[in-house]
Design a protein. Structure first.
Length: 246
């Protein structure tokens, strides 16, 4: 059955001139990074403390309990040894081939860039970007990994990740960038996301094209609107599009 669905997907991509990809946590599960809302995802695990993951990853918790925030953040959201899987590599290949215009991702792991994608719109920021709350100096991931407890800048200020925490809005410029790409695409591939987290999930309503492909392990609220629905691992599904690096 997967071969048949892959053939249908290949036909859709072949007929497309400008593809946009919208992805979520499921894109990186085959790289060993947990998703959030599946049965075995991060949000269904016991944290060992009296806070939910949503509380631990909120703006107010970071402000009031930075040490506890960083303890959870390092243990659960940082995966410095993770490597791109076939989904990431396939999207980079499609971009090089001139088919894929942009990757719009809810992920913060940077694996799309590691695979070679150039046009990546990160709705929720990136673990690889950090900045000092006092002086604004930019820091890489090492600034967080090489510290224990709360990382501090040379000026003494607290370093925070450039990621969108709960209670914080998405960046309006990034959102506008995503809307622009979606509105200009003739095909939209949605992968590895349950499409239940707003406002990010609502962005796909900006798509004005004719073909929508949904690739997700579980059903989504938008399955009935799709041209093609594939409930299979996204890496295996996109693997036929992987080509050698240029």
């Amino acid at each position: 059955m997967l071969c048949v669905m892959n053939a249908a997907l290949q036909d859709i991509v072949a007929a497309s001139e400008r593809v946009a990809f919208f992805g979520g946590a499921g894109v990186s599960t085959e790289s060993g990074i947990q998703d959030f809302r599946s049965a075995d995802g991060l949000y269904n695990q016991v944290t060992g403390v009296h806070y939910s993951p949503e509380e631990l990853l909120s703006h107010s918790f970071f402000a009031n309990h930075p040490a506890e925030f960083y303890s959870y953040y390092r243990a659960n959201l940082l995966h410095p040894d993770a490597r791109p899987n076939d989904a990431h590599r396939a999207l980079a290949s499609l971009e090089r081939a001139g088919k894929l215009a942009a990757v719009i991702t809810q992920n913060i792991d940077g694996l799309h860039q590691a695979a070679g994608s150039k046009r990546v719109i990160e709705l929720h920021g990136s673990i690889h970007r950090n900045y000092c709350l006092a002086c604004g100096k930019r820091h890489g991931l090492d600034a967080v990994l090489t510290h224990t407890g709360v990382p501090h800048c040379a000026c003494g200020g607290v370093i925070r990740p450039d990621v969108v925490l709960y209670e914080e809005p998405l960046d309006s410029a990034v959102m506008n960038d995503a809307v622009d790409e979606l509105s200009r695409a003739d095909t939209l591939i949605v992968g590895g996301t349950s499409l239940v987290v707003y406002p990010a999930a609502g962005l796909i309503r900006a798509f004005r094209g004719t073909r929508v492909v949904l690739i997700n392990r579980d059903q989504t609220p938008f399955d009935h609107l799709a041209t093609l629905v594939i409930h299979e691992p996204i890496g295996a599904t996109l693997a036929p599009f992987v080509t050698a690096d240029e």
